[in-house]
Design a protein around this ligand. Structure first.
Ligand code: ATP
Length: 600
């Protein structure tokens, strides 16, 4: 992302401020305490200098004014300590609240984003946004508080110095802008370096994902060295980017301190002369020097904060970009509800492209309620994409999908989802109990219903054999139990059975099953398909033995639609597919004889 599209420094501060004021009570409390804390330092120096002056007067400090003076200094000191404590406590409350709320917003947004978003972004990028970038929002909230603190400290101390000697205060602080001037340029360098750092960290995260998910492939192909080399390269880039940032911050601080040194020396020489000539007391001179030197501390702090906020900008940009992503699939205000299975489903001139790559072209076909449609074709023909369009994971680039004659875009998507069940080739399991994984589409189902679905999917006995039965936690989390690919598929089939939806989408749903399990699950699936409108993708035509009609795709075009017998007679592509499978299955006679649609 270029600097032009990025949030600038001031908008980053504004964002921090807006985030703070989501909790107005806490934010106001924090800012007031911070303002008091910032003012107290100047007051303390002012009070000390006044006491010193009183000491050197001929009558000195009387007992009562001594007690009063010490009391004031002690009071200011204690108040300052208390405000430090209060500001820290409030800032922790505030920043964590803001972080949690932003996290929920980002999560909500991610849950609402179209499938297309996840095609474009790696898992590492999404997780990074959810974790690392949100921390950026928390830091910027904290930093805004510190900016207020340092700014008040600077103003308080400058005012105290002004009251001690306006001309010398001006001279002492006049050099400050000179030191601050180059900082803006350095700030841009910091943001660019931080952007590079973020990219490197995403790539590193990605390497860890690859190791966690692809360790078998990595082992067998002995790809460890390549992965390590890649990580080493990224590590070097990361190091370079971090050093760049540290150098720019260090340089900004150095410039400020170097230039300020001249101011301090000027005050020392000119003030020293005034003291020698009796035009200023040494107490005022001392107070002035302490005040001017004390101004440099928050100034250096401000410069450091500037660097920190500059380095957070890439994270803010990322979260901003996610929050501004359009929710393409948002229902139209006039969207109709769908309460029961549609009597007809029609694809009318449907074309679809991933970006500029056309993968489906001009598909027109109609289906009736209760039909089982097998979608067949060579790998990459567009079968899964067609299923995604029927589920409205994507909208067609051209043409439309119609349910009962109504464009899918005009139907409430949540209704379509409620009426659909899906079983994928590589089903996803949540880190949750077996029972809850089966309940995913019907959270209110009783354990008896869950068990009935598991029995029908031929997974019940295997669940009972797990250490905690239906309460066994599955998935990838700590203490979670792994399950085989076939078991995952049967759990997913059980979930589809339990959901009892009238529209069923099966994408290679039995690919992970051995032939015995497949026979059993096929029976369950045949049972599941009864009375439902089902779309089934299967490479092995044996899986399609219950289909009424087959839709044949080749290179993104529909080249046939009909029964097995009709297609064998009329569709060259299907016949080729069939013959290839028949030849392959020559040694698996059982499979071949089982192939065929209902009326074949
Ligand atoms: P297979 O039988 O191998 O699963 P398929 O027939 O289901 O293949 P699709 O997965 O629909 O085919 O893919 C159709 C084409 O679209 C392929 O060329 C694929 O590379 C491409 N494709 C699929 N998903 C995406 C995506 N998210 N982004 C870009 N291109 C994609």
């Amino acid at each position: 992302m270029s600097e032009r599209h990025s949030v600038g420094f001031l908008s980053a501060l504004g964002l921090g401020l807006r985030s703070m004021f989501r909790r107005p009570g806490l934010a106001l409390g924090f800012l007031i305490v911070t303002l008091i804390q910032g003012t107290l330092q100047g007051l303390l120096i002012w009070a000390l200098r006044t006491i010193l002056e009183r000491f050197s007067q001929p009558q000195g400090l009387t007992g009562s004014s001594m007690i009063l003076g010490s009391g004031v200094v002690l009071g200011l000191w204690l108040l300052r300590s208390f405000t430090v404590f209060a500001a820290e406590t409030l800032s922790v409350h505030l920043s964590h609240r803001v972080e949690t709320e932003s996290m929920l917003e980002v999560l909500g947004k991610l849950l609402a984003l179209p499938v297309r978003f996840f095609d474009r972004h790696s898992q590492a990028d999404v997780v990074m946004a959810a974790y690392h970038d949100l921390k950026g929002i928390r830091s910027v909230t904290l930093e805004v508080g510190r900016v207020v603190l340092f700014a008040t400290q600077i103003i308080g101390l400058a005012v105290a110095a002004w009251f001690m000697n306006p001309m010398l205060a001006l001279i002492g602080l006049a050099t400050v802008p000179l030191g601050v001037l180059p900082v803006h340029r350095l700030g841009r360098r910091i943001t660019e370096a931080a952007r590079g750092e973020r990219e490197a960290v995403v790539t590193l995260y990605d390497s860890f994902y690859q190791v966690a998910t692809g360790f078998r492939i990595i082992r067998v192909n002995r790809a460890q060295t390549r992965i390590l080399d890649r990580a080493r390269r990224i590590g070097r880039e990361l190091h370079h980017r971090l050093v760049q940032q540290a150098q720019s911050r260090g340089l900004a601080r150095f410039l400020l301190e170097a230039v300020s040194g001249f101011g301090l020396i000027a005050v020392l020489i000119l003030g020293g002369r005034q003291v020698a000539e009796g035009r200023m007391s040494w107490q005022s001179m001392l107070g002035l020097l302490v005040a001017i030197m004390a101004v440099y501390n928050p100034l250096v702090g401000l410069i450091a904060l500037y660097g920190t906020i500059r380095s957070i900008i890439p994270s803010l940009d990322r979260v901003n970009a996610i929050m501004q992503e359009p929710i393409e699939m948002q229902d139209q205000a006039t969207a109709r509800s769908l309460t029961s299975a549609p009597a007809t489903i029609e694809l009318r001139g449907v074309s679809f492209a991933y970006g500029s790559r056309l993968v489906l072209t001009g598909i027109s076909a109609g289906f009736r309620r209760g039909e089982t449609i097998g979608i067949v074709g060579p790998s990459g023909a567009g079968k899964s994409t067609l299923l995604s369009l029927l589920l409205r994971f994507y909208d067609p680039t051209q043409g439309s999908v119609l349910l009962d004659g109504i464009d899918l875009r005009g139907i409430r998507h949540s209704d379509l989802m409620d009426l659909s069940a899906i079983v994928l080739q590589d089903p996803f399991l949540f880190t949750d109990t077996v029972a809850n994984n089966i309940r995913i589409g019907r959270p209110d189902a009783t354990l008896e219903e869950v068990m009935a679905a598991a029995r029908a999917a031929h997974i019940h006995d295997e669940i009972l054999a797990m250490d905690r039965g239906y309460e066994t936690v599955l998935g990838v989390g700590k203490g979670a139990r792994g399950v085989s690919g076939g078991q995952r598929q049967r759990i997913s089939i059980a979930a589809a059975l339990l959901k009892n939806a009238p529209l069923l989408f099966l994408d290679e749903a039995t690919s992970s099953l051995d032939s015995i399990s497949e026979m059993r699950v096929q029976a369950a699936i045949t049972q599941l398909m009864r009375g439902r409108t089902t779309f089934v993708i299967a490479h092995r035509l044996s899986t399609l033995r219950g289909a009424d009609r087959l839709l044949v795709l080749d290179g993104g075009r529909m080249v046939g639609l009909g029964t097995h017998a009709e297609l064998l007679a009329s569709c060259t592509a299907y016949r080729a597919l069939w013959e290839r499978q028949a030849a392959f299955a020559a040694g698996h006679a059982d499979d071949v004889t089982a192939v065929g649609t209902r009326d074949a």
